[in-house]
Structures are given as structure tokens and as C-alpha cells.
Design a protein. Structure first.
Length: 179
């Protein structure tokens, strides 16, 4: 099983909607643990759906979302309940991350844990759209990248400790991996 996928979603032609894509770009300039894979999904919801069933233990999805906070506010959301399954084919033109998650509910290969790192947008560019993030949301890229890095490293530490604990109980790595 692969370890961690960090995926940015968003439309670069709709101003702050490009937040997730820009955070992935920022993270790509950092030195991250080898267990972390970065992917710019852009507006390719189907690719994100396949990735969520691609054998990852943890998937962190970066996106912007209107949650009623001040623009630039970062929120970390971990779904607590499994959504009821929905037919993805019926929602082909509305493949946002929440819709994708609903469509994959109950799928046997769905990743173990999903976390959303979201930013409150200031603007989507209006009817004409716009290239580039607002200053407020652009200022949130670094802090969001820091959050992703902290979440990823904490997850890796927890699972390394759990692995060592299981090794100590079983006496060997081989026994643990056969369970």
C-alpha cells in the first residue's frame, strides 16, 4: 500500500479556486518524505476518484470552500461519517471532492483516511473568471503547505510507532506483515 497522496484541486481560470493547485506547486519546492506523492488534479475529478481507490493510506485534498469564514482562513476537515453511496455517472458534471467521496462510499479500495485542507475564497473572478489568486488567499498558501507537512509527518510518525509496537509484540517484521 502506498503511504500518502496530497492532491490539489481547482480551476486556475476561476481566481481563488486554484488554491489547491497552488499549494501543491508550493509543496513541490519543499523537501518532503519519500512516502508523500503530490498530484495537481486541477479540474479532473475522475482522476481524483481513481486516486482515492489507488491504495493510499492517507489522502489529503487541498481545495477552496465557502464555509462562512474570513477569506484566507484555513480549515482542516476530516469526514467523521461515511457518506451514503451515490452513482458517479449520474453526477458526471458535478465532480467536486465531496461528490466524489459520496460516490465512492463503501468502495472496498477507498483509502483508509481522507483529510481536506480548505481555504475560504475571496473571489472566483465573477462571470469572466480570472487568473491568479487574490492577495488574501495567496498569503494562505504557505500556512496551508505547513499544515499539510505537519499532518503528513504526524501520520508517518504515528504509523511508524504503531509498526514498532506491533513488531515488539510479534517478535519480527515478517510476522507482522503476514497478519
Amino acid at each position: 500500500m502506498k503511504r500518502i497522496l496530497v492532491g490539489g484541486v481547482g480551476n486556475i481560470f476561476e481566481a481563488d479556486d486554484a488554491f489547491g493547485v497552488e499549494v501543491v506547486r508550493s509543496l513541490s519546492a519543499r523537501t518532503l518524505p519519500a512516502e508523500i506523492e503530490l498530484v495537481d488534479f486541477g479540474i479532473c475529478g475522475v482522476d481524483l476518484a481513481y486516486a482515492l481507490t489507488g491504495g493510499y493510506e492517507l489522502v489529503i485534498v487541498l481545495d477552496c470552500a465557502q464555509r462562512g469564514h474570513a477569506p484566507g482562513t484555513i480549515s482542516v476537515v476530516e469526514p467523521k461519517e461515511k457518506p451514503a453511496p451515490q452513482n458517479m455517472a449520474a453526477m458526471a458534471h458535478n465532480l467536486d471532492p465531496a461528490t466524489i467521496l459520496k460516490s465512492l462510499a463503501g468502495h472496498e479500495d477507498l483509502c483508509e483516511k481522507i483529510v481536506f485542507v480548505l481555504c475560504e475564497p475571496q473571489s472566483f473572478g465573477g462571470d469572466e473568471g480570472a487568473m491568479g489568486l487574490s492577495e488574501t488567499v495567496a498569503a494562505a498558501i504557505g500556512p496551508a503547505a505547513d499544515v499539510v507537512e505537519r499532518l503528513s509527518k504526524a501520520y508517518l510518525r504515528e504509523h511508524a510507532a504503531a509498526g514498532r509496537s506491533a513488531e515488539n509484540m510479534s517478535g519480527s517484521k515478517t510476522e507482522r506483515s503476514l497478519r
